[in-house]
Design a protein around this ligand. Sequence first.
Ligand code: NAP
Ligand code: ZN
Length: 352
Amino acid sequence: MYSSKAYSAAGETAPLAVSTISRRDPAENDVQMDILFCGICHSDLHQVRNEWKSVMPTVYPCVPGHEIVGRVARVGSGVKKFKAGDIAAVGCVVDSDRTCPECKSGLEQFCPNLTLTYNFPDKHTGGVTYGGYSDSIVVDERFVLKVPSGLDLAGAAPLLCAGITTYSPLKHWGVTKGKKVGVVGLGGLGHMGVKIAHALGAHVVVFTTSPKKKDDALRLGADEVVVSSSANEMQKHMSSFDFILDAVSADHDINAYIQLLRRDGNLTLVGAPSKPLAVAAFGLLFGRRSLSGSPIGGLPETQEMLDFCGKHKITADVEVIPIQKVNEAYDRLLKSDVKYRFSIDMASLKSA
Ligand code: NAP
Ligand code: ZN
């Protein structure tokens, strides 16, 4: 084992603060990375504050972070894909059983024995996994991804969660040129959804509660922007969408969006509010519409998404911050005040 510097939360009301954690020395198939950038996902905030206690209770101390880009520091003797000095990335999954039908299909996100990057039982240390708000991480090479050259690394980090979480359902639901796609909530996930749906050729409509984000939405690739508090603007889009991606982090009325789907249209939730959302049956019955959810993505699709973003020069729009500003960033995230993802410059941890 070796020591790694990290930012962790000691309890659900405690701020994140500097701490020291233990990481395993790299085994045969492991890659040890020096972390360069880590995105701040709203899931980090939900988890740190134990807002998902009924599904995934938080074990403290909690080191969040699953949008990780770093430089390979050393590798185990069996590692083939990476060597010291390479730029590499780690997302939300760091292990799975590799033998179940889901893993065999490259859908590790559905493996019944998967290990998430933080707050999950760690088979190696016996404790829980610690995420990317740290200077170093050790991960089996199977769960380490290649970052296409030419992408800004601070902006590439959020692809590892916000990118794949939006790419996967857009692909699954057949979003292509000619489809009308809605994106609800212009935050970290939402703005990646807009960029990716636009690159896939769709007609993209953003739904936002923040009128001041209108110009940005258009710049990011939206064809139209609707301020969701305007009943009149909402009405214009009734029964017209092939697909709507809902990336809202808090309680909201999803029925207002279900009504906007055309026959057989689908609304997929990627947002994970802590409380159940109310669904009106008739919105689904009329038009045979469907409501689904989608979690992150598997390893092959995550690499496919990274390569797609490399080809289309897509990264997140980031506000790069030192780790010392992480608590302030969480407060701003709760006010929907980020353009459009915080990315922590992990070099700042040296002086913490
Ligand atoms: P974020 O950056 O905070 O964005 C959330 C956006 O939702 C805000 O920017 C805001 O957009 C909108 N919003 C916030 N509060 C709202 C309210 N009360 N009513 C209506 N709209 C509201 O968060 P994120 O990192 O994108 O994450 C979004 C959600 O996805 C979180 O719940 C997160 O845990 C979840 N998530 C799920 C997965 C998965 O695998 N499915 C992966 C990652 C994250 P506007 O200002 O435009 O209205
Ligand atoms: Zn995330």
